[in-house]
Ligand binder design. Sequence first.
Ligand SMILES: Cc1cc2nc3c(=O)[nH]c(=O)nc-3n(C[C@H](O)[C@H](O)[C@H](O)COP(=O)(O)O)c2cc1C
Length: 360
Amino acid sequence: MSKLFTPIDIRGETIRNRVFVSPMCQYSAEEKDGHPVSWHMVHLGSRAVGGAGLVMFEATSVTPEGRITPWDLGIWSDSHIDSYRPISEFITSHGATPAMQLAHAGRKASHDRPWSSSRPLGDDEGGWQVVGPSPLPFNTNEPTPRELTIEEIHQIRDAFGSAAERAVKAGIKVIELHLAHGYLGFEFLSPLSNQRTDMYGGSFDNRTRFPLEIVDAVRSSIPDSMPLFVRISSTEYMDEGWGIEDSVLFATQLKEHGVDLIDCSSGGNSPAQQVKPFPGYQVPFAAQIRSGANVLTGAVGLITDPHQSEEILLEEQADVILMGRELLRNPYWPLSAQQTLESEPTWANQYLRAAPPKPA
Ligand SMILES: Cc1cc2nc3c(=O)[nH]c(=O)nc-3n(C[C@H](O)[C@H](O)[C@H](O)COP(=O)(O)O)c2cc1C
């Protein structure tokens, strides 16, 4: 039995294997109201049938203003609950664990879809005023965010809590908080994007305050038995910015606040970042956070090979593998990886006649 296909217990949840579908925006809520549609059922359902252990809904916004594009998923109202439930149920019925990444895009909100123009949307195109910790744009082509008031910070914190409650009602079994990639949570963590002078800016403790308040709001809104993950940018690749040592310290705090797993990504907060990605380039971050904060970690980033995945786990660099684009190319990757690693694949009954014969 490979480690990749050994189930993992996190709090009250047993996840059938350690291949997790990384959250990936589909920009396909066609009514622009945050509701998932048949695309999401087919997309996420296929990956459950394909054998992944955990299938995560993309960055799902906790407020309408927190969407990257008007086509993002959202869970800011009770009307959303029933549209997620059939998808969660389908994922569960195929043996995978349905998860949801809760997000707020901060200063990177209000954009067109990547396959259209990707640019910021004007007021006349359905765009809206973006917000952030400080009035600092991502770059000179991007709008300047309006600095959030303390009251608004509290409202967004509470919106994360209410969104998590709705996700539980929608049959979601694991919540991940998106505190990475230069979206709102990370904008507060980074001294480059957060130049506030109140209790939410300045020192490390002040910059981590809002993200930790989000964690507390969510942890107290979901059952004790429910796993809570956090995705961070382990470094933003900038001299004066957030770095790996900050991440280790923050991960220690996250663990104390009831977070079970740190999903270790990187970058996305500065257009000046210099990084040359290669297969597994973020694995050292997962390893350092795992040993430094004594917490479960997820490795992600250009991992496509079953043997490399297995090695990462055997060398205790991470506890799970999150995969993005490879699972877009091939939703059945887990089944074939299982075959390669000589574990017993779990084909859906409907597809059993397509399963390769067992070696003699
Ligand atoms: C189409 C697409 C959408 C993405 N959307 C999200 C998202 O919603 N939340 C997030 O944290 N990362 C997002 N990412 C990043 C992926 O989750 C993943 O971290 C990244 O693609 C690296 O992994 P990979 O090399 O296996 O694809 C997205 C990536 C892609 C390709």
